[in-house]
Structure formats: structure tokens, C-alpha cells
Write a protein that binds this ligand. Sequence first.
Ligand SMILES: [Fe+2]
Length: 283
Amino acid sequence: MEFRNLGEGFGLEARGIDLAQPIPEEAFRTLWNAFFAAQVLVIRGQKLSATQFLSFARRFGRPEPHVIDQFHHPEHADILILSNRKKDGKPIGLADAGTYFHTDYSYLDVPARCTTLYSVEVPKQGGDTLFANQYAAYDDLPAGFKAELAGLVALHHYGNRDDQDKTSRTVASVLNETQEGKMGWVKHRVARKHPITGRTALYAVSGSSFGIEGMAEDEARALLDELKEHATQEKYRLRLKYGVGDVVIWDNASLLHSATLVDPEDPRTLWRITIKEERGAPS
Ligand SMILES: [Fe+2]
């Protein structure tokens, strides 16, 4: 196994791994440690069945199917199909998912530890994923600001704080009534201790955060917007381009990420598995 840096500061590409084969325990420990240090890990050019992809994902924790259940993979509900392709006029997957900075499952009480994508079909143009390093964004805040954030608890709900127009391509994927009924308000610290590394990161300051406990709505909104602006600056970002067969896994507790829009006529398909944190992790 060999590693190569993807960007300055974070992101790693691992070579010499075939994910179609089981990874021996010791090699997996190396991969696990490298992943949590690098926050984004890419393994290029894999050829995987749905079952093989799921076996890899399960090494990182417990997957949980997405609330959008109409696009679950027919063999494994833990896999969500992301695609702009249509069959007989009907979409085969979720298109335009997460095209704004957010953290996966931050609208759930037990959020996502990591998300993994397997790239099945790559568009001619675009389709990159942007990541923003929330450890670095937190570390760079002045000490006085960090002290202000200590103990602040954000109120989260499914959705994109900056776009709630259901006809927009940058709204959070629209839920049906049953799915919406499953969503409630949850709380997570604004400056949150990473459950595995113990480092503090800004958490989901863009996306599902709509308010702050005990703070007036406009004041909370202004603070979250200020943090979002800071945390998504170019200097904290990494842009990932996909080739067919690429597998990426990212650390949701220390990153924000955003998909980029693709021409609806330019086919793109990915499989996605989301792995949960363990209940009782600090939030
Ligand atoms: Fe996402």
C-alpha cells in the first residue's frame, strides 16, 4: 500500500489496494489511521459489485439507508444511487444531491461518521466534489471567538439553510410527506469534538444548521452565516475529480462538502453508502 497527498494539508490517494478482495486486519488499521488523519481518502480504478462495495464500507462502521428510499440499490438498501439518468422517462437515482456545503446526516441525532462513493459513470464535464477542512477553519479562529463558541449548541433540521425553494437545483433533495414526517430537530455543538480523533472542528455551519439554542433567531443566523463564510474559504478547500471506478471516503465530522452541478444531459452515476457514528459519541 502506498499513499500520495491529494492536496496541501488534507486528502490522500492510496495505491496498491484491490477493494474487491478482503483487506487484512493489519492493512485495514493502516488505512483507517491514514484516513482519519487525511479526512478524504481516494482509491482509484476499482471494479466492484454492490456486495463488495458494501463489505468495504462496513469496515468503517454501521451503514444506514438514506431517508430517500425510492433510489436505494435493488440488492442493498444501504446503497443510495446518485444519478441523472432516466429509464422510461423516470429517474433511476437521486440527481443534484447536496450541491451546497453540508455534512451528511447532520440532521440526525446520530450523524454520519463517513460517506463513501463508488463512481460508476463520469460526466464529460464537472461532477467534482468540493471539501472544506473544518479542523483548519476552527484552528484559525481567534482565541476569543473560540471561547464564544465553546458550549454553543446549534439546532439542525433536514434542509439547506440558504435555499429552501423546492424547485431549485441547490435545495436539499426534496422529501415526500412520509419522509418529511420522520425528520425532527436535533442538536449538535457548533465547535464539536471529533468522536475518533478528539480534535475540535466547526460542525455543519452550512447546510442543516438553522439556529442556536438560547439565541435570538436573527443573531444565530448571522453567526452561522459568518462561520459558513469563514469555513468555506478557498484556502480550506480541496476539489476531487472522479474517474470511472474511483472510490472515495470522507470524514463527515471534520469536513463540509458540496457536489457541483452537472449538465442533466451528461450522464453521471455514483453509488453512495453512509456510515453512522456510534450512539453516545460526543455531540
Ligand atoms: Fe453529502
